[in-house]
Design a protein around this ligand. Structure first.
Ligand SMILES: [Zn+2]
Length: 127
């Protein structure tokens, strides 16, 4: 308490936020977020077999996700490409039987590093 009787902390409300360990976003609750980068989803984002993104379309279907297909390195491209839209409709839970976690997987950063940047590198090399 200070001399005027008002506690120093009375002007502040305590705010508790939760940060997703997989994508780094902040949330007000730790219950609602279904993270597409969580290995629990067994989807392409955290899978070592993912070979990147096929045919990026310009149509976004929500604020942050473009309707792209992720290429599976196991199956043939056309049979095993999984549209991001399809994963989104399943709330990212793909439960793929062939899923294996990417080495040293740490969430979105690993996906960006191992999958997205590698594609850019391949593209740059082929030009
Ligand atoms: Zn997340």
């Amino acid at each position: 308490m200070t001399d005027n009787g008002i506690g120093e902390n009375d002007e502040y409300e305590k705010v508790t936020m939760y940060q997703c360990i997989w994508c780094g976003k902040l949330f007000k609750t730790d219950r609602l977020h279904k993270c597409k980068f969580s290995p629990k989803m067994c989807n392409c984002f955290s899978c070592r077999h993912c070979r990147g993104v096929d045919e990026i379309t310009v149509r976004p279907f929500d604020n942050e996700t473009r309707d792209v297909e992720l290429i599976c390195g196991i199956g043939k491209l056309s049979e095993c490409a999984v549209p991001v839209r399809e994963m989104a409709e399943r709330h990212w839970k793909l439960a793929c039987p062939k899923w294996q976690q990417l080495n040293d997987y740490k969430g979105k950063d690993s996906y960006m590093y191992h999958i997205v940047w590698q594609i850019d590198k391949r593209r740059a090399e082929s030009e």
